[in-house]
Ligand binder design. Structure first.
Ligand SMILES: Nc1ncnc2c1ncn2[C@@H]1O[C@H](COP(=O)(O)OP(=O)(O)OP(=O)(O)O)[C@@H](O)[C@H]1O
Length: 552
């Protein structure tokens, strides 16, 4: 057979669709997957679901000849391929005006973001045959926005040098001719704790290193920065500032070009880097006790920071070292202890970075918003692509992993509802003979997390609402009490002989994808996510705020 992607799929390549497997067992499944992978077949179907194995090397599977071979074909006409899935979504949108969503799920590093980019490139390649300018512009913004989002939202982790540290749902809107006319990005769960702390071997978000390695000397001078990331506490804790697979210098240029081409005003791009620089300097601000006051000991840093933020040194010092509280109907100033000041400093850094990220997404959305003037309005159909964090297990798992893994439980639940259950029900309705496939329904784990009053989130929220001093240990005890009998929950207090769990700190959830030990340390603070009002007041009306109106 001729042409890329139209190759012969003989028995030596194993079985291209798992539903045709003679015997359903994990061993048989893995054997087939391995055989196909070894023969260069990274894709295999299970019905209409595509299983993709990350090749971790460049593969010649996405060139224009592949696009031509999958364009307009029925899904099973060609060997399994991600283009076939993208094309099926595109066809159902174009022929039947049906909204479609492609859900990409898998553990960190499995290739989700690459898959979402391949889908976008495929759609860009098969649309706009009449070469309309506006369609080209929308496609260009959609593709270029990836580099920007990755700069500010991706980081090197111990599993993936370019790991997305946020979830993304991207809608592409099509007109009645099937051309993309706009889009919208929703971002979720930016891992903002990374702004102030990183595990060994990991980095902060790429943007920090791109600025330091990529900006010209004069720019760095303007931002009071030096070309050495190890000078900055917030980006050097992982001892891994340089990554061989990443070219920060080059990526900085790509981001600048991307910002320009999607319509960021020059001064807005400047503001972005100012925020990044301010966060870096903030990490170097230190405190000490002097008499009955907490003072900033790094006066030079404070001065730089005040200048970048366009606020007075006095206002900045006051908001870093104290907070205003209400007592007996009066507003009084309460001096922070040093740990409180450090906590406030980190909370400010996280909030600034997160708001900036949301602001960037907002600006991208403005650039790709569907123009609703004229006849296009109301006739849009969308293809949505969901690329969300994969299931995560680290040596130390905290609140962030808890949220990510819960999200993956929900996706698994959706998969069970939409694919497994509905398929089996249809067989039953149609009277088709079928072999019952036993599967584990993870509803019970979703309930463990989300059930009102007795689920983990409810227990955590209740602890956070408590006016008295509530510690992470108390939260853990409350879970032990309420969830002690749950099959998918345990802790050292309940499983006394289990030395993998630390007493008074850890709990374990038996997820559908495996067991994860979580440390309850920090759950209360992270869930409360307090940013002292004083910071909001301080930044309100700063030059910055007026520039971007990005603050809360
Ligand atoms: N189809 C592919 N062809 C070649 N290399 C790939 C492919 N998919 C993924 N990779 C490689 O694997 C790396 C990790 O992939 P990717 O960043 O898409 O994973 P992810 O599932 O989105 O991870 P995370 O959840 O950490 O963001 C990529 O940087 C790339 O080097």
């Amino acid at each position: 057979m001729a042409g890329a992607g139209a190759e012969y799929e003989g028995p030596e390549y194993g079985i291209g669709n798992f539903v045709l497997l003679d015997e359903v067992s994990e061993e048989g499944f893995m054997k087939n997957l391995k055989l196909r992978f070894e023969k260069g077949r990274i894709y295999t179907y299970i019905g209409e679901v595509l299983v993709s194995v990350n090749p971790y090397r460049s593969v010649e599977l996405y060139g224009s000849e592949y696009v031509q071979n999958y364009k307009g074909r029925e899904i099973f006409e060609r060997p399994p391929h991600i283009f076939a899935v993208a094309d099926a979504a595109y066809k159902s949108m174009k022929r039947r005006f049906q909204d479609t969503c492609i859900v990409i799920s898998g553990e960190s590093g499995s290739g989700k973001t690459e898959a979402s980019k391949i889908i976008m490139r495929y759609i860009a390649a098969v649309t706009n045959v009449s070469q309309q300018q506006e369609v080209e512009r929308v496609k260009d913004v959609l593709l270029k926005s990836n580099a920007i989002l990755e700069a500010f939202g991706n980081a090197k982790t111990n599993r993936n040098d370019n790991s997305s540290r946020f979830g993304k749902y991207m809608d592409i809107n099509f007109d009645f001719k099937g051309d993309p006319v706009g889009g919208h990005i929703n971002n979720y769960l930016l891992e903002k704790s990374r702004v102030v702390t990183q595990q060994k071997g990991e980095r902060n978000f790429h943007s920090f290193y791109q600025l330091i390695y990529g900006a010209q000397d004069q720019k760095l001078e303007e931002l009071y920065l030096v070309k050495d990331p190890t000078e900055y506490f917030y980006i050097s804790q992982g001892d891994s500032t340089k990554v061989p697979t990443l070219n920060d210098r080059h990526d900085y240029k790509t981001v600048m070009a991307g910002l320009k081409s999607i319509g960021f005003a020059f001064r807005h791009a400047e503001t972005l880097w100012k925020i990044v620089a301010a966060v870096l300097h903030l990490g170097s601000v230190e405190f000490a006790v002097e008499g009955d006051h907490t003072i900033v000991t790094t006066k030079e840093k404070l001065k730089v920071l005040a200048s970048l933020l366009s606020v007075t040194e006095e206002d900045l010092t006051t908001s870093l070292c104290s907070r205003v509280i209400a007592a007996r109907g009066e507003a009084i100033s309460k001096v922070h202890t040093v740990p409180e000041a450090l906590y406030g400093r980190d909370a400010l850094a996280k909030a600034m970075y997160e708001k900036m990220f949301t602001w960037i997404v907002g600006r991208i959305n403005e650039a790709i918003e569907v123009q609703t003037n004229g006849y296009q309005a109301g006739k849009n159909t969308v293809i949505g692509v969901l690329d969300i964090y994969g299931f995560e297990v680290f040596d130390n798992n905290s609140f962030e992993q808890f949220c990510i893994n819960y999200c993956n439980e929900k996706l698994q639940q959706l998969f069970i509802e939409l694919v497994l259950k509905s398929e089996q029900e249809e067989y039953m309705r149609e009277g088709i003979e079928w072999q019952n496939v036993e599967y584990f329904n993870n509803r019970i784990i979703c309930d463990l997390v989300e059930q009102s009053h007795k689920g983990i989130i409810a227990i955590l929220d209740e602890a956070c609402l408590n006016v008295g001093k509530v510690t992470d240990q108390m939260f853990l005890e409350a879970m032990n009490q309420k969830l002690g009998k749950h099959d998918h929950y345990t802790s050292r207090q309940l499983a006394t002989g289990d030395k993998t769990l630390q007493f008074g700190r850890d709990f374990r959830i038996r997820h559908y994808a495996g067991d994860v030990n979580y440390s309850a340390d920090g759950f209360i603070d992270k869930n409360k996510d307090t940013l002292f009002q004083d910071f909001k007041r301080m930044l309100y009306n700063s030059l910055w705020d007026m520039e971007t109106s990005y603050l809360p």
